[in-house]
Design a protein around this ligand. Structure first.
Ligand code: GAP
Length: 477
């Protein structure tokens, strides 16, 4: 039973130290969130799982970590300055700013009807106040701006820079650096994980849409004559498996083929993997939101960032770049621009999906309902909690602390004696700790402890000398 709605996770996340509203002591900052002690562990575990899966366990992917602030020219040639827009609509009545493409259209709207006309005909309502007095949509560039240099004036165009809206461009501009230093031949990929920023018009729904977020992107470079659409399908399949391996239920994942008129400026085909973030909505179609996208970006980016007077179509002139980011294929003695398949996932959206899917409730023999977060053990912030059965017995406390210290080098363990054993178990169940290890009177004699399983509540006795290996085996993904 996953969480019934996002609000259930918001309250659990705050209560148990996963995610806090940002800048709370100053009244907060809309749609900004801070990750607490358990949240940072969960995020790190998601990122590590992804990095291990792509960079370590495969033979064809390298990693990079590029700057967040790049030369402004990158965003000129990537197309983001000219096209990274959302259509902005204002409600004249209540002054709410809205995204035209997210407005609810009247139920009798004909297929393909233009939202501009519907707004003009006053048939679209502001979701905030119900008014139909809306402005016509106008493009709003979503890149967050900053200025560089101590002496720069805010409006000095030569000092203008952007916080990256995607990590991908840092990969494209390093394509040759990586390919030549690592002596890579096609096909191969470059992975990067890091922060991205977008001045979203309508952020919201907790960590689902924020202005600062983290991406896990991989650009997979292939030959121009590769079967690009088939490769998109293959990556979709691999990511579906990865998400299921992280604990997401298949029934809460679905695919969305992005229609041609909604494709990003660089894409010839994009398939989104959707997650059921809104199970409470009666209309099944409205339960889904994008978890990640897999796009066929053609050779758009490498070609755009290469120095050239013009390409065959007389377009994409670039006198500013100092490089030609093409690739020489020794086998066929030909030079060309590699094409790209891009799986682009969000860390925060993955974390939210993982929390929602792991949420469950269970009633104990006393009739009390307990929350159990059935996180995949590889993602759980804490792997084992060491609990003394009697905190007033120094020998038991001493042994429990020693057990905790012995586990520390191999896994994340905590010690807790701030409640009765029932309460301590409940506390760990609620944050997804897979194992509780109890030290009792008997432990002092037989050098063994009780290991309790979060999901089954079953207990087994394990020798302290075997404990680290026993837990590590069970924690293996
Ligand atoms: N390089 C391609 C790219 O950036 P995207 O679909 O715009 O594609 C990829 O973003 C993923 O990044 C999304 O599927 C989502 O998981 C995450 N993402 C994008 N905007 C976000 C936002 N405002 N808040 C949280 N995550 C976001």
């Amino acid at each position: 039973m996953p969480a019934p709605n996002i609000d259930t996770i918001v309250s659990l996340a705050k209560r148990r130290g996963f995610v806090f509203p940002s800048s709370e002591v100053y009244g907060g900052l809309g749609s900004a969130w801070d990750y607490g002690p358990l949240g940072v562990e969960l995020c790190n575990n998601v990122k590590q799982s992804w990095w291990r899966w792509l960079v370590y366990e495969r033979d064809d992917i390298e990693g990079v970590d590029s700057s967040i602030i790049l030369n402004r020219t990158v965003w000129k040639y990537s197309g983001h300055e000219a096209t990274f827009h959302d259509p902005l609509v204002d409600c004249r009545e209540c002054k709410t700013r809205l995204r035209a493409d997210k407005l609810e259209l009247p139920s009798d709207t004909a297929e393909g009807a233009d939202v501009v006309n519907l707004i003009k005909e006053k048939r679209v309502k502001c979701p905030n106040c119900g008014s139909t007095d809306l402005t016509e949509p106008r493009p709003f560039n979503m890149m967050l701006r900053t200025t560089l240099g101590a002496a720069s004036a805010d409006d000095d165009p030569t000092a203008l820079a952007y916080l990256r809206p995607e990590t991908a461009q840092g990969i494209f501009i390093n394509f040759l650096n990586v390919q030549t230093t690592m002596r890579r031949k096609l096909p191969f990929g470059i992975a990067q994980v890091g922060k991205s920023f977008r001045n979203e018009i309508t952020p919201g729904n907790f960590i689902l849409r924020t202005r600062e977020f983290e991406q896990m992107e991989m650009e997979y470079f292939v030959k121009p004559d590769a079967e690009h659409f088939k490769l998109v399908d293959e990556w979709v399949e691999q990511y579906m498996e990865w998400f299921v391996g992280l604990g997401l239920g298949k029934e809460n994942l679905s695919l969305h083929e992005v229609p041609p008129n909604e494709l990003a400026h660089y894409s010839k085909r994009t398939v989104d993997i959707m997650y059921r973030y809104f199970p409470e909505r009666p209309d099944e179609e409205r339960q889904w939101e994008e978890l990640m996208g897999i796009a066929y970006r053609t050779d758009f980016d490498l070609r755009s960032h290469s120095n050239k007077p013009a390409d065959e179509e007389g377009k994409r002139i670039n006198p500013d770049s100092t490089e030609d980011l093409s690739y020489f294929d020794e086998a066929i003695k030909q030079r060309f621009y590699p094409h790209v398949i891009e799986p682009a996932a969000g860390v925060n959206r993955t974390v939210l999906a993982v929390l929602m899917d792991a949420y469950s409730e269970r009633t104990n023999e006393k009739g009390e309902t307990r929350v159990i977060l059935k996180l995949s053990p590889q993602l759980a912030p804490i792997k084992a909690a060491i609990l003394p059965l009697a905190k007033n017995k120094p020998e038991i406390v001493g042994m429990a602390k020693a057990v905790k210290r012995s586990l520390q080098p191999v896994l994340r363990a905590v010690y807790d004696d701030t409640g009765g054993i029932g309460k301590l178990y409940a506390r760990q169940d609620e944050i997804g700790t897979p194992f509780c290890v109890t030290v009792d009177h008997q432990s002092l004699e037989d050098e063994a402890v009780t290991v309790r399983d979060r999901d089954t509540w079953e207990q087994e006795r394990v020798k302290v000398s075997d404990l680290a290996e026993h837990l590590q085996k069970k924690l293996k993904p």
